[in-house]
Design a protein around this ligand. Structure first.
Ligand SMILES: CC(C)(COP(=O)(O)OP(=O)(O)OC[C@H]1O[C@@H](n2cnc3c(N)ncnc32)[C@H](O[C@H]2O[C@H](COP(=O)(O)OP(=O)(O)OP(=O)(O)O)[C@@H](O)[C@H]2O)[C@@H]1O)[C@@H](O)C(=O)NCCC(=O)NCCS
Ligand SMILES: Nc1ncnc2[nH]cnc12
Length: 291
């Protein structure tokens, strides 16, 4: 398979694994629609089909770029077209805006690494995303620099609380994923949990650490703190009482999140990022078969 197709397959696979992971608190999954009245599992599959053809375009755009700094503008042009395709497929529902942004950057950064013969490690691809996004938070969100009117939820939350959301995660080289989700995933696999169980543990560790602007826009700072505290408690339950009790607590968290309109969509996007990174390194560095 040619490289752009493989990158595209890894990105699509990350989105499919995320949406199929069930149960997930407050999020759409195979069991229910979480805190959402306008989305369901089938809509996410339609959205993934609409987005997938763009992943090879992000990759090729990264390959063609002459510097990290220059790459962002071209990637964003592909990103806007991809967002439009998503909105047409979902009748205007925002299923994957954050996911397109994060995975589009990762596909573009992969193109830059591979075309420059750099080693395909998780660390290198995250450093490249960080270089591509250098200055993004300041340039997009500093007062007077906003890219669109009316301001988006992300822009308003940055002004009010200073949380940088999807942009800050990308500009940091996905630090929240590297610091919390990946170690949780690897530890869980080492402890003998299945890949899917390990994905759920990673998601809960993301929710307990991520300043998800999607949670804040739907349920305020109260909702963010509630989500963090509840997911920390579930991780303690996992350590003290094992996976069965943890899974029961995740189901209780789902009911509690739904009644408070909490949807950790940013953490779902970061789970997709982690899944992309794991398969990217397994395939391109270690030569393992993935997806
Ligand atoms: C730079 C872009 C991300 C655009 O940013 P923008 O300012 O337009 O949007 P934000 O409000 O900043 O949020 C973007 C999405 O990022 C996800 N997210 C939030 N916090 C984090 C985080 N800490 N880490 C990672 N990702 C994060 C989140 O996406 C998920 O939630 C969406 C579903 O939410 P939902 O509440 O159901 O739907 P909404 O439409 O938001 O509200 P309702 O009306 O339904 O109540 C879903 O997309 C998930 O993926 C945030 O939504 C980037 O998109 C970009 O550059 N785009 C190109 C166009 C462009 O340049 N735009 C710049 C501004 S015009
Ligand atoms: N499974 C999911 N449910 C709701 N919002 C999301 N954003 C990304 N994945 C999501």
């Amino acid at each position: 398979m040619i490289t752009s197709e493989k990158i595209s397959q890894i990105a699509r696979c990350a989105l499919l694994k995320e949406i199929n992971l069930s149960p997930k608190p407050g999020l759409v999954d195979r069991f229910d629609n979480g805190a959402h009245s306008d989305m369901d599992h089938a809509l996410f599959l339609e959205s993934i089909d609409a987005i997938s053809p763009f992943f090879s375009l992000f990759y090729e755009s990264g390959c063609a770029s002459t510097s990290s700094k220059e790459a962002l503008n071209d990637l964003r042009k592909v990103g806007v077209k991809c967002e439009n395709a998503m909105f047409s497929a979902t009748n205007g529902v925002n299923t994957h805006k954050g996911g397109i942004f994060a995975l589009g950057l990762l596909c573009g950064a992969s193109g830059r690494l591979i075309s420059n013969n750099q080693e395909c490690t998780i660390e290198n691809v995250c450093i490249e995303v960080s270089r591509i996004c250098d200055g993004l938070l300041h340039n997009d969100l500093r007062s007077g620099n906003e890219r669109c009117a009316p301001p988006t939820a992300g822009q308003l939350i940055y002004r009010q609380y200073g949380f940088g959301g999807a942009r800050a995660e990308a500009e940091s080289g996905f630090l929240t994923v590297q610091r919390y989700a990946l170690p949780a995933y690897r530890d869980a696999l080492c402890d003998g949990y299945s890949a899917v169980e390990s994905e759920l543990i990673s998601l809960i560790s993301l929710i307990s650490n991520n300043n998800d602007t999607n949670v804040i826009s739907r349920s305020g700072i109260y909702g963010l703190n509630y989500a963090k505290v509840f997911s920390k408690k579930a991780l303690n339950t996992l350590r003290e009482k094992g996976f069965g009790n943890f899974e029961t607590e995740v189901s209780e968290m789902n009911t509690a999140f739904i009644s408070r309109n909490i949807s950790p969509g940013g953490s779902a996007d970061l789970l997709s990022v982690m899944l992309f990174l794991v398969d990217f390194e397994r395939y391109f560095l270690n030569g393992e078969s993935v997806c």
